[in-house]
Design a protein around this ligand. Structure first.
Ligand code: AMP
Length: 300
């Protein structure tokens, strides 16, 4: 079976319901496109665990607060389709904006508390946009399972809470963060980085690793750990931390004492690019991709 492309919600629903009527399980991977190995790891997980895989590609305007990079966000439909075909996806849902949002739409998913923490404090309306589009995608694609990346930690927590609170009949699976060989978490926004900024962007990962090391050496007070992480980031001239927090994974509240369950979360501007990353203080199952061959020679 080849890779099908659809733009119309009820056609997607029709196809998925036909699959499910045949007894086939269906996985959904929501994305904004410009696909990289992080996205493809979710697609491969779905292909391995479900009999059919739907991938949505939609740069959702409602999750970009005023003044953010909506216009500039990379769009590469052809390349995305090729990657999805190679990864074994069955259906791409690529709706236009007018198909997703009626002009007089007036209903959205509003969560209380959690969306105001971490990124939400700096990106007003962002999570309302995310939760609303994810709820719509669940209703359009009717998946058995949906796959999200832990790289967007707060997003995954909010989506799990929405699914629980609103009884969506979807099983959410949150998958490990995929990193470049030097530790930078893969992100479509890494494309904004100049070569010099790209080298400095590894400071997010290094700060997270430093936090873990300090904890492993016995420090459980979050303040000196956050301070040391911040200082490490600020030593990079193009990097400007927006927040560095250590939180509980369930309610995203700042911890008073670090435990193995705590998660360090940060957002850092590197030049114009706003990058986020996170790491638990307990076991980590991040995936590192191989360096491209020419780079492997340089770095030995
Ligand atoms: P996006 O296209 O940025 O909205 O991301 C779509 C999905 O891919 C989200 O569930 C992200 O958390 C996930 N994702 C993005 N980058 C990574 C990564 N480096 N590792 C794992 N998952 C990722």
């Amino acid at each position: 079976m080849g890779l099908e492309e659809m733009e119309i919600p009820h056609e997607v629903r029709g196809r998925v319901l036909a699959w499910r009527a045949e007894g086939l399980s269906v996985g959904l991977v929501p994305t904004m496109g410009a696909l990289h190995e992080g996205h493809l790891s979710l697609v491969r997980a779905s292909v391995a665990q479900c009999e059919r895989t739907v991938v949505s590609v939609f740069v959702n305007p409602t999750q970009f607060p005023e003044g953010e990079d909506l216009q500039r966000y990379p769009r590469r439909p052809q390349e995305d389709a090729e990657k999805l075909r190679a990864a074994g996806a069955d259906l791409i849902f690529r709706p236009g904006e007018e198909v997703m949002y009626c002009e007089d739409a007036c209903t959205s998913v509003v969560q209380e508390g959690l969306p105001e923490m971490l990124c939400g404090a700096h990106r007003p309306g962002h999570f309302r946009g995310v939760l609303t589009v994810v709820a719509k995608l669940f209703n359009i694609a009717c998946p058995d399972r949906a796959y999200f990346g832990r790289k967007d930690f707060q997003q995954s927590v909010l989506i799990c809470r929405m699914v629980r609170d609103l009884n969506f009949a979807v099983e959410v699976r949150v998958m490990p963060t995929v990193r470049e060989h030097d530790g930078l978490a893969m992100s479509s926004r890494n494309e904004y980085l100049s070569p010099a900024q790209r080298r400095q962007a590894v400071c997010l990962f290094e700060a997270l690793r430093l936090g873990r090391r300090l904890f492993n050496e016995g420090e459980v007070d979050p303040e000196p750990v956050k301070e040391a992480m911040r200082e490490l980031i600020e030593r990079h001239p193009e990097a400007e931390p927006q927040y560095v927090e250590i939180v509980r994974p369930d309610d995203l509240r700042a911890v008073e004492r670090i435990t193995r369950e705590s998660v360090a979360c940060l957002a850092v501007f590197v030049g114009e690019a706003r990058l986020i990353d996170n790491m638990p203080f307990g076991p980590v199952d991040d995936i590192f991709v191989e360096p491209p061959p020419e780079r492997a020679e340089i770095t030995g």
